[in-house]
Design a protein around this ligand. Structure first.
Ligand code: GLU
Length: 449
């Protein structure tokens, strides 16, 4: 049996209780076949894939915190230090009641590849808690973040593991965590966290980095396909930080953002969002109500309760910016029968199920993979690490230029990797191959560790 199949069989058995992890490992290893088959004996004898599918470390801890009424709550926290092959562990912290160890493991595995694609020296990690930030007061959030950091601080450091934000964890939460870290270690070590507020050592442009980076990637892809953003219609899911950055840049470049969504449904804005409406997304997020209906109430646009925009809203490109497995086979079939969508630009992590992707690809829709498209966030985080290490302050121009260069290079490198391994035009395979080449090479160079 092929080496990839042997390893997949073991993962399916060992990690059967972590379906998202099994899903992503299967998808990635499958697409690495052309790389592995070039020298299967070498990869097998070094047990490179067995090591790749096992995180270096998993840390778990208890997070007790007190609410405004004096009631004590206990949440669970985890830190996955997945791979340090090409740099210190790097990745976001997710706060959501849906977080499980399995979710974080899948995200950390993915992060390892995404970080490799940036071309910067950052390894892969992820952290989080099953804490629900929705409806919490600012003080409750602060007490929770302080307790989370108390459980975590032993295991992180500027050259060891540098977490950032992710779903449910933005600049405010990172600021509280940084304050607590400083108290605990009695040193101003700002490089320990990225995505910090700017006055606390954060880098300018980190808040828009994931969204802007995704749009820079799109510009390059669309140009390759003879299209341009101006005048095109984009339907987004989500309305959080990432969707906001995407919408802001698209509107600036003359694109029409015709849909947004939330856990309660979607809104349809047939003429496209205005810049003011994009700004309102920040207020919606700050309210922590997590309801996109607020947008419909304010601007008098159509709201569809408990539905997703996929295949229901006419758009040239669908841009999922929310959470994993948002587009399954059912939505993919609705998209293809609706017929206007030509591009699926994945911005959220793993927003499309593998069978959904198959349906879209068969219908001739170009799928741009999230691990390339959303790498701008972590790339600017790595710039923040450099800024903190040199005890300097970077300008927005410098950050934006570097971000645009990185996104362009990512596009070129995945197109080239797809071609090199006989997968021309397959951006998903290209991204996995380009990312894995570097990680596997570094693992081989560092011996059995
Ligand atoms: N959570 C973001 C991601 O998934 C950012 C991670 C970081 O900046 O370290 O890439």
């Amino acid at each position: 049996m092929a080496y990839v199949d042997d390893v997949l069989e073991v993962v399916r058995k060992k990690d059967a209780d972590e379906p998202e992890f099994v899903q992503t490992v299967t998808e990635i290893l499958d697409s690495l076949r052309p790389l592995i088959e070039k020298d299967e004996e070498k990869y097998r004898s070094h047990a490179l894939l067995e090591r790749l599918v096992e995180p270096e470390k998993i840390i778990g801890f208890r997070i007790p915190w007190e609410d405004d009424e004096g009631k004590i709550h206990v949440n669970r926290g985890w830190k996955i230090q997945y791979s340090s092959a090409i740099g210190p562990y790097k990745g976001g912290i997710r706060f959501s009641p849906e977080v499980t160890l399995g979710t974080l493991k899948f995200l950390a595995f993915e992060q390892t590849f995404k970080n490799s694609l940036t071309g910067l020296p950052i390894g892969g990690g992820k952290g989080g808690s099953d804490f629900d930030p929705q409806g919490k007061s600012d003080r409750e959030l602060m007490r929770f973040c302080q307790s989370f950091m108390t459980g975590l601080y032993h295991y992180i450091g500027a050259n060891m593991d540098c977490p950032a934000g992710d779903l449910g964890c933005g600049g405010t939460e990172i600021g509280y965590m940084f304050g607590q870290y400083k108290r605990l270690i009695n040193t101003y070590e700002s490089g320990v966290l990225s995505g910090k507020p700017v006055a606390s050592g954060g880098i300018v442009g980190r808040d828009t980095a994931t969204g802007y980076g995704a749009v820079y990637f799109m510009e390059k892809l669309l140009a390759d396909k003879g299209c341009k953003i101006e005048g095109m219609k984009f339907a987004l899911s989500g309305f959080g930080n990432v969707a906001w950055g995407v919408a802001k840049k698209l509107v600036e470049l003359g694109g029409k953002v015709v849909a947004l969504s939330g856990p309660d449904g979607y809104v349809h804005i047939p003429d496209g969002m205005t810049a003011d409406q994009v700004d309102y997304m920040l207020e919606m997020r700050a309210s922590r109500r997590n309801k996109v209906k607020d947008f419909a109430d304010k601007y008098g646009v159509y709201f569809a309760a408990n539905e997703k925009p996929w295949g229901r809203v006419k758009a040239d490109a669908y841009v999922p910016c929310a959470t994993q497995n948002d587009i399954s086979m059912k939505e993919a079939m609705r998209i293809t029968s609706e017929g206007t969508c030509k591009f699926l630009i994945e911005v959220a992590n793993m927003p499309t199920t593998p069978d959904g992707i198959e349906v879209l690809k068969k219908a001739g829709i170009t799928v741009a993979p999230y691990k390339a498209v959303n790498a701008g966030g972590v790339a600017v985080s790595a710039m923040e690490m450099s800024q903190n290490a040199e005890k300097g302050v970077w300008t927005l121009e410098k950050v934006d230029k570097k971000l645009r260069d990185i996104m362009t290079n990512i596009y070129d490198s995945i197109v080239a990797a797809a071609e090199k391994y006989g997968k021309s035009g397959d951006l998903i395979a290209g991204a996995n191959l380009a990312a894995a080449e570097k990680v596997l090479k570094a693992m081989e160079e560092q011996g059995v560790c």
